[in-house]
Write a protein that binds this ligand. Sequence first.
Ligand SMILES: [Zn+2]
Length: 192
Amino acid sequence: MDRNVTSYRVDASDRIVGASDSWDVFAVENKAPQLTREDVLGRQLWDFIDGSETRHVFRLMLSRARASLSVMKVPFRCDSPETRRFMEMEIRPLPDGSIDFVCTTRKTEARTPVAFIDPDVDRSNEWRTICSWCKRVKMPGGEWAELEEAVRRLDLFGSKKPPRMSHGICPDDLERAARELDAEEKAKGKAA
Ligand SMILES: [Zn+2]
């Protein structure tokens, strides 16, 4: 079992129909031990994707992947409170409408635990948006800051409870997704 690779498969109706052995290890490391392989099998992929914008972009990618039958690669971050995890997701469509997702950890960096993304901590009633892709946080001025910088600037290290999180997509990742979809479209045009 390769701990750096976690893969799963959805069928043509986005139901999770398979997951690799490394799934459970990954779930525990991400403080989501309740999401065992056994629990996620048979459920809709969309149950696990937070944020309507993120779901919208992801749906677009999946429908393009299915239509073109070509592989897409998407970099993303899957941080846990004490680790920055740089990952890449390969979206591999299959002719029957199912899709394999292969998520590879490219690099990890240890850091001082960030309570903001720890699911176990108590929350204040304040809300902050975090980008589902790069895990940057939207600041009061509208710019997007790396998690550590956001923690420092918003004084999330203080004794205050951290804010609640809502998931969104930052302009950089939205643009990247659009480019990826555009490239896909052009490749399809050439092949036709
Ligand atoms: Zn982002």
